[in-house]
Design a protein around this ligand. Sequence first.
Ligand code: SF4
Length: 237
Amino acid sequence: MRKTVAVQVDDVVPAMRPVLRSQGVPEDVAPDERMARLVKESVSIYRDLVDPVGIVMEISKRDFETVYRGEGMNEDETPLGNIYGSSDSLALFAVTVGERVCHEISRLFDNNDPALGSMLDSAASEGTEMAAGVVETYYRRHLNDTGWLDGSAGTLQFSPGYCGWHISAQKKLFEFLRPGEIGIELGESFLMRPLKSISGVIVAGPKEIFSFDNDFPFCRECDTNSCRDRIRDVWKQ
Ligand code: SF4
């Protein structure tokens, strides 16, 4: 299965709170009038400019071994490295919210409006995460419809550059997935163009395989511990 996913704009427009969280505003702090206005303006600009699209492609464990190994720069042990061998199926994916919104972020910074530029950057980052979620849901539905997934199984995404999977694995991921078809290119230092894009692998399998501890050496430098929420979400699928 290889499929371009038409992501709906309404599915990738973030609410105010996630944008504020991305700006470092604590959950229990209400934004002042100026900040609330900036969030609303940035989300409005984002909605006008966003061009969301994704692509997803199933991949065998054997081929994924090549993608995972990448350029041989991963940490010795990683959550993904421990999990994917026990999966039922794997799919590479890439999503973007498009170049127009990225261009507007740069323009705002260049035109001396860093407050709105930064807020738009946060809105676009949140929107890109939402687009990745849409593609993951699409793949989960595909597995359900084809009888490969039941209530005891779930999915979890991993991306190069996180949790010990070295960012240089992007090279092999792009060779297999070829997301240039939806306008995502790999640039220097393995960064993607448009900048607001996410690529990675969706792992599908029994929910138990995703229950890992966050005690890898690299976890000491992790600011987010986002795996804890993500693992909890697997059990809600
Ligand atoms: S603590 Fe951070 S680095 Fe460690 S597995 Fe979780 S998200 Fe990844």
